[in-house]
Design a protein around this ligand. Structure first.
Ligand code: ADP
Ligand code: MG
Length: 614
């Protein structure tokens, strides 16, 4: 029998390896920009079409390549950055594996144009699927321009796996920011289709952060700086009062490379411990610089985890550096938690000091404050089911023993109800609010306790889902439309979600760079600050994102419900409490919040009797 083992042709080997380096357009963007930085560029332009699926082009003014180097750069393990094993322990460049260009060229149409500083003439090389199609001398400015067209054209499985443009663009924006932030001395720009998304001048780190996240960061940033023998720390943290409930802006860079580190994150979070409101995360942009010898640099190109030799010491230095900054900038004493807490709760803003439950405007005849129907008007569907549920709970059943299931932390309880309408009315009046948090109400067998926030979340959640289903939502037009400026990633997110947000009843329109104008909000939210409402929605959406990745509507409905719900701590009037109970029992699933927590708990007279040993 003949031998069967043979070496794979380079093109096949490259294509297999490419899968590790290039997973999506954003990975190619990262590799190309890093190469441009390694080439000493002071100006780097990124041009992207259709979220990188059609074109990714990076133009730099770096050192350029000779004709031979240009050709060599596409070979696997071809690099100018290391020569011997020892070099591995002194790496200061972003790349060193010599894999990126070979990988990219295996799965795309690539055109490279490059000219070294001082050379008369440049070179152009065209490659398709690892095969050189053309090489010629050309006129070219100093530096390198590399275009990647039709990424994954020969790997249909990968291409089909790509997400829609909005998602892929967001990945690109993430990678772009991760390189642009730690390199503020280099100018960057990013064009997507016909729009210039970023135009970042060379400047300081603070200027760079403001250019990316908005000029409001000017007053939000607190500098951090510390030089120890082991680590140099430089960067900014965000003042605690601007902390977010999502893990939004958390950037560590190690020797200018973006890294993730739960361990170091903990150090920062613990430095903020005393000054950060509960459930909030510190935001930070921190550049750490260590001797490359003391880290394990042999990490996978697409991974962001790192191993340090002096992990514990770095933790301690980082924590104390931040504590020092917070102290110097007098953060600790100036925080008033009661004052600040409201910022994070997104409370209802009462008009005229009177708290009103939002009312839905979907059905013009529907009045949630009324349980009886005006003569001549047909009761709405919601009203009917609402009354029906109430009646089930309270009215006298023929055999006086209507069984009513209440799911409560996986145990099932039966409430037998015995109530006539008169009693029902009088008892509704005697609902009682406990600690501005729970509503107590009689039932025949005892009483029930309703979590006001959870109950309201359930109500709002079902309303939003209903508007999605029925494509029927009412909008309250704003008298004075508000503009809202977002950071680039949030802007891209809102663009992606715009159809859904629109169908919830928002009327938002793009207005130039990173800005939306809010012309209207859902009709049942007239008492809100519209910008705060939209911002809160985005924040909640991001918070839910890990869990509900693929389900936009579910996420939006939960986010909106969480965002708008009456919070614990809110005093309610009798009418509001009754109304809340009415609406809760009109829900399809009144017994749990959208996140599956119970909304209602019951306590029976029997239970009470036992307590009093009767
Ligand atoms: P690595 O960056 O790991 O060395 P790459 O495949 O990314 O590997 O690049 C191979 C080589 O091509 C680099 O080492 C560098 O010499 C050269 N090169 C790539 N991009 C550029 C560029 N924009 N300007 C100058 N040289 C470049
Ligand atoms: Mg590289």
């Amino acid at each position: 029998m003949s031998d069967i083992i043979h070496l794979l042709p380079d093109s096949v080997a490259n294509q297999i390896a490419a899968g590790e380096v290039v997973q999506r357009p954003a990975s190619a963007v990262k590799e190309l920009i890093e190469n441009a930085l390694d080439a000493g560029s002071t100006n780097i332009k990124l041009i992207v079409k259709d979220a990188g699926k059609t074109l990714i082009q990076v133009i730099d003014n770096g050192c350029g390549m000779s004709e031979t180097d240009a050709r060599m750069s596409f070979e696997r393990h071809a690099t100018s950055k290391i020569k011997k094993v020892d070099d591995l322990f002194a790496i200061r460049t972003m790349g060193f594996r010599g894999e990126a260009l070979a990988s990219i060229a295996a799965i795309a149409h690539v055109e490279l144009k490059t000219k070294r500083t001082g050379d008369e003439i440049g070179v152009k090389i065209e490659i398709e699927g690892s095969e050189v199609k053309n090489q010629e001398a050309c006129n070219s400015p100093e530096g390198t321009s590399i275009s990647i067209k039709n990424l994954f054209y020969n790997v249909p499985a990968r291409r089909n796996f790509l997400k829609n443009d909005a998602v892929e663009l967001r990945h690109i924006l993430d990678e772009f920011q991760r390189v642009a932030i730690p390199n503020p001395e280099t100018a960057f720009s990013l064009h997507h289709n016909t729009t210039e998304i970023f135009h970042l001048e060379a400047g300081s780190l603070k200027q760079r952060l403001m250019a990316i996240f908005g000029s409001s960061y000017n007053t939000r940033l607190i500098p951090v700086e510390e030089n120890t023998g082991i680590v140099k720390i430089k960067g900014f943290v965000i003042k605690p009062e601007f902390a977010k409930k999502t893990r939004g802006e958390q950037f560590f860079f190690l020797n200018k490379r973006f890294i993730k580190s739960a361990y170091l994150h903990h150090a920062v979070q613990s430095a903020f411990e005393e000054v950060l409101p509960k459930d909030s995360f510190a935001s930070y942009f921190l550049l750490l610089d260590v001797d490359p010898k003391t880290i394990d640099i042999n990490i996978h190109p697409t991974k962001t985890e790192v191993k340090f030799e002096d992990e514990k010491a770095i933790y301690a230095f980082l924590r104390s550096a931040i504590k020092k900054s917070l102290g110097q900038f007098n953060i600790a004493p100036s925080i008033d938690f009661d004052q600040e807490a409201h910022l994070y709760n997104m409370p209802l803003k009462p008009v005229d000091g009177i708290f009103k439950l939002p009312t839905i405007k979907v059905d013009p005849n529907f009045n949630p404050f009324k349980t009886d129907t005006p003569t001549g008007n047909k009761p709405s569907e919601r009203e009917l089911s609402n009354r029906n549920n109430w009646e089930k709970m309270y009215s006298r059943h023929t055999d006086n023993q209507l069984e009513f299931e209440v799911k409560q932390e996986n145990t099932q309880q039966t409430i037998d109800t015995d109530w006539d309408n008169e009693l029902h009315e009088s008892n509704k009046k005697s609902t009682y609010q406990l600690h501005n948090k729970y509503i107590l109400s009689h039932i025949k067998t005892g009483f029930m306790v309703i979590d006001q926030q959870g109950a309201h979340e359930r109500i709002l959640y079902e309303r939003v889902l209903e508007t999605f289903e029925k494509h029927k939502s009412a909008t309250q037009q704003e008298l004075f439309p508000k503009t809202i400026e977002l950071n680039v990633t949030d802007f891209a997110l809102v663009q992606e979600l715009q159809p859904e947000i629109q169908s919830m009843g928002f009327d938002i329109r793009e207005f130039g760079k990173n800005t939306f104008v809010i012309h209207g909000v859902p009709a049942d939210t007239v008492n809100y600050d519209s910008a705060a409402l939209l911002e809160g929605l985005i924040e909640n959406y991001k918070q839910n994102f890990q869990e509900l990745k693929s389900n936009k509507r579910e996420n939006l409905a939960r986010s909106m419900a969480r965002n708008m719900s009456i919070k614990s701590g809110k005093a309610l009037t009798q009418e509001e409490m009754n109304n809340l109970i009415d609406e809760l029992f009109a829900c399809k699933m009144p017994y749990s919040t959208p996140n599956g927590k119970p909304t209602i708990s019951t306590i029976s007279i029997d239970e009470l009797d036992k307590r009093f040993r009767k």
